[in-house]
Ligand binder design. Structure first.
Ligand code: FE
Length: 196
């Protein structure tokens, strides 16, 4: 799929996602049943795992801690092959800094994994992390399927002034976001190569 056509698809899905925030209980329900891809896509850009990954994160769709003061983010999307086939039962393992910019190095606060459904869709509810020294705002993600780690990368937020100062930032890894009050709907589709 060309960059242009993918962007068009995502924009359409986001419009539905924004409406979902106000009304429907689950943004994931607003995702189309099947992705609309025209061509073979580029694999999602890989990035360094960084020093804060911890193996063994709990499986859970909601990472929000009680009393969290940060903006709530509903992150959804597909895990797809380069040929645009959904990858079912893929693991999306997310970890990120908390609202003060700190990682939990002892437990699993703001660490968790979800599985894609039979249509390749994933959904996780978390917070917008704070920035920490030297970095713009970001999530860390590992994507695995069939027991194989397929992708390690990071996701970025649009319109962050620090994106311009962070040498790791890549615009290809920007999430598509729409804000609704204190919440944010974010969308990112991972394109992986199962032959890795
Ligand atoms: Fe980080």
């Amino acid at each position: 799929m060309s960059r242009l056509s993918r962007r068009t698809v995502i924009r359409g899905a986001l419009a539905a996602g924004g409406a979902g925030l106000a009304g429907a209980p689950s943004l994931a329900q607003e995702l189309p049943l099947t992705p609309q891809c025209a061509e073979e896509g580029e694999r999602t850009l890989a990035q360094t795992e960084g020093p804060f990954f911890r193996a063994g994160s709990p499986e859970r769709p909601d990472l929000v801690e009680p009393g969290a003061k940060a903006r709530i983010v509903e992150l959804t999307g597909f895990v797809l092959t380069r040929g645009c086939n959904p990858v079912a039962r893929a693991v999306v393992d997310l970890w990120h800094a908390d609202e003060r910019g700190a990682y939990d190095s002892k437990g699993f606060r703001y660490r968790g994994r979800v599985y894609t459904d039979e249509k390749g869709r994933y959904r996780v509810r978390t917070i917008q992390p704070a920035l920490y020294r030297g970095r713009t705002r970001h999530y860390h993600v590992n994507v695995a399927a069939g027991g194989k780690l397929l992708l390690t990368t990071q996701l970025y937020f649009p319109d962050e002034p620090a994106n311009r100062r962070d040498g790791l930032f890549r615009k290809e890894l920007l999430m598509q976001v729409s804000k609704a009050g204190d919440a944010m709907a974010a969308r990112f589709d991972f394109i992986v190569d199962l032959r890795l």
